[in-house]
Design a protein around this ligand. Sequence first.
Ligand SMILES: [Zn+2]
Length: 282
Amino acid sequence: MPLVHIGEALARAQQGRYAIPLYDTFDMHSTDGMFLAAEEKQAPVIVAIYESAMDRPNAHALAAYIRTRAEEATVPVSLMLDHGTSFEQCMRAISYGFTDVMYDGSKLPLEENIQTTRTVVRAAHAVGIGVEAELGLVGRGSDYEDHDVRRKGFTDPDDGEAFVAQTGVDFLAIAIGTAHGLYKGEPQLDLDLLREIRSRVDLPLVLHGGSGCTDDQFRAVVEAGISKVNVATDLYATTGRRLVKAAQAENAAYFSLSRAAVESFQERCGFYIDLFGASGKA
Ligand SMILES: [Zn+2]
């Protein structure tokens, strides 16, 4: 089961009340750890390139590496653009062989977000690519203040219904209290809002900004209807700490460090697969 568009696997996740992880990769070691974890756990997985990494000189080659690994994998793997910044960037990702793209117009006024998302959806669907969009604003953890102030960025269920109907988007990222990066303070999630949105739109819902949430919070959001969870910050922080230790070993060489990096990604990615209930769902 090689490279896939993730739509069918996400539809099964939505039915079965588990979540498929998306991991952002920046290089071969992190990518290898993600593949090893997915195969060890027999789970579908989404390997993603983050929008800013699309401007690196290795972006096209990294995409080709992920595609080749996916073609040889024993589990379904999607190659996705994470937080695509424009129609043009989404099209470039498709030309690199990505199977799914996220277009993120969440910082735009609603009407503009709808218009651009619809344009991306139309072009992507013409060539069989799945599209995720974001409604409401999943902010940055460093700006995370008190719950009541942040609520203004939360996804409005009425807007959600209209957005899905008007754009034809395949997967929807919603804002229910998470934030990107490391949190200042504790994340507080609005599960009632999640359940309300879940009851009003029929497509896989996506949680961004999970790093820093507790295991119980992850279980609760998956139970309440999240079908895809994006993880990045925690993988890189965990691996960074592990490499600092590995670098202090006597005779530390690049080989042992790169091996430690792959192992760290495999362990941490495997942990999330279990936590989201995706083990054995390949
Ligand atoms: Zn995100």
